[in-house]
Write a new protein. Structure first.
Length: 199
């Protein structure tokens, strides 16, 4: 198992309404199948608890935690709870985002309120989560494991006329990860094809 002995915080580990399984829940299940212990964080605690229950049924270890990514104090609490429980955090997976439901629209149509809401959820929440996880990872002298390919794919497939704000927020998140990774000395050869795809 590739993640044996690792711990992960998956933010957005619940399930939005609709058929099929969302990325957050699927990621949580996959991480635990690979041996990781996971804190399943979501605004909807019952949904996160359902994810944790599915993990436990398959023999994995997962704990649900309620947090709203637009409120930094709840992210601090979630990350602190994971560190207190397991003594370390190896992986941060931020899987929260809103688009049309948040008011995304063509440039000449979207409102200031929609812009602020999408930015708070898709961008600020991701940066605040990193802000509080990075010191823990640095104390461990570990590396931040970041998967960017889905973000690059999002930029390539996004329906630009109707989803301009979510595309812009995704681009900024990508830029933040590259810059923060360079600043913290966490870029390595694995990043090169991804960075090339971005730049």
């Amino acid at each position: 198992m590739r993640l044996e002995g690792k711990t992960a915080v998956v933010i957005g580990a619940g399930q939005s309404p609709g058929e099929g399984m969302g990325n957050g829940r699927a990621t949580t299940l996959r991480f635990t199948q690979e041996g990781a212990k996971v804190m399943a964080v979501d605004r909807d605690l019952r949904s996160a608890e359902k994810t944790a229950s599915m993990v436990k049924q398959s023999g994995g270890e997962c704990v649900a935690f309620e947090a709203d990514v637009t409120k930094e104090r709840t992210l601090i609490a979630a990350i602190a709870a994971a560190e207190q429980r397991w003594g370390r955090i190896d992986i941060l997976h931020y899987n929260v985002g809103v688009s049309i439901a948040g008011g995304d629209a063509p440039l000449l149509s979207f409102t200031e309120a929609a812009f602020d809401r999408i930015s708070a959820i898709n961008l600020r929440g991701a940066i605040m989560a990193c802000k509080h996880v990075v010191p823990i990872m640095r104390r461990q002298r570990g590396r931040i494991l970041t998967f960017l390919r889905h973000c690059v794919d999002e930029l390539r497939r996004v329906q630009w006329p109707n989803r301009q704000q979510v595309g812009s927020a995704t681009a900024v998140v990508l830029g933040f990860v590259v810059i923060a990774g360079a600043y913290l000395g966490l870029l390595d050869a694995l990043w090169k094809p991804i960075v090339d795809a971005i730049l």
